[in-house]
Design a protein around this ligand. Sequence first.
Ligand code: HEC
Ligand code: HEC
Length: 304
Amino acid sequence: MKKVLIAALWLGAGVAQAAQIAMQDQSQLKVPGSQATPVFVPPAESELPDNAFGQMVRQGHALFVDTRRLMPEAVGNGMNCSNCHLDQGRMAHSAPLWGAYPMYPAYRKKNDKVNTYAERIQGCFQFSMNGKPPAADSPQMTALSVYAYWLATGTRTGVETPGRGYPEVPQPKDGYDFKRGEQVYNEQCAICHGGKGEGQKVAGEYVMPPLWGRDAYNWGAGMHRINTAASFIKHNMPLGKPGSLSDQQAWDVAAWINRHERPQDPRLVEGSIEKTRVKFHANDGVNLYGQKVEGVLIGQGTGG
Ligand code: HEC
Ligand code: HEC
């Protein structure tokens, strides 16, 4: 009994201390010239050692930015990792790798277990890349992990580095509207992503990634949630103008994108959209999977 109490006190003190240290660290991370937001600066490529480790980092970087071409067996759509983790996985508020790496292993509700960093990446292969995840001990997975580990040099394990993830954009009180979303899309997004969300290709390779259709992220990807897409979009799009959309516009255009068909959720339960909705989508943020929009069932997939 007494032991438990002491342990609780000790843990409590530990947490308080950790919070204090994190605060100090944040103030140190402030970039001179920028005001409020402290942002971690990952190492520069010029700092890479010219040895086996440095080579592995370079390989991981190549796989991260050129995933589809270098790993065709693992990628089932038109995407590269860096399409959603901008600036080669370096950009704050774009789920940067330096924010991710130090936070694993961690429990994930999505698969109800403690995930290693490799398992977390496998999730993005299965859903965001609509593909077949490479084995955790494969050379590619090692390279991808080493790249993230290197970018995270100097961060603290188990402590959130400011700039991690895609910061939540609260749902506007009047929800979202497809018509307004369509308008935002046509005015500010279609020029790059195409009028039908199909992206743009040059010589057979995507130069602008698709947002829906058979080459886009599938119905199991985090981005299929309107709230997650709104967060990504608000902080990263239109490309080169992050933060320029209002919260309302970000939600409206995210809803417009995510009412369009994309590859089926690979976890499809007994061929039933309704069973899949109940099992995987009913409690997964704000999403349209398995619902009817203007009389059309969403989540039918793109076939093939
Ligand atoms: C279509 C967009 C998209 C693509 C492509 C994509 N991801 Fe992600 N990734 C996300 C989203 C969205 C999240 C956050 C998921 C969530 O909130 O459930 C995420 C999360 C992650 C995380 C965890 C971040 C954290 O802070 O915990 C890692 C690591 C990661 N992705 C790596 C990769 C790798 C490696 C690839 C390529 C194999 C990849 N991603 C491809 C959208 C994408
Ligand atoms: C100037 C061209 C440009 C404009 C305009 C633009 N994007 Fe993008 N978008 C990109 C590029 C390029 C990427 C991939 C980034 C990378 O690989 O570095 C991207 C990535 C994305 C992604 C994640 C990757 C995917 O394919 O799922 C989403 C979602 C997205 N954009 C939505 C939007 C929305 C919504 C708008 C309008 C508000 C918009 N974009 C405007 C060029 C653009």
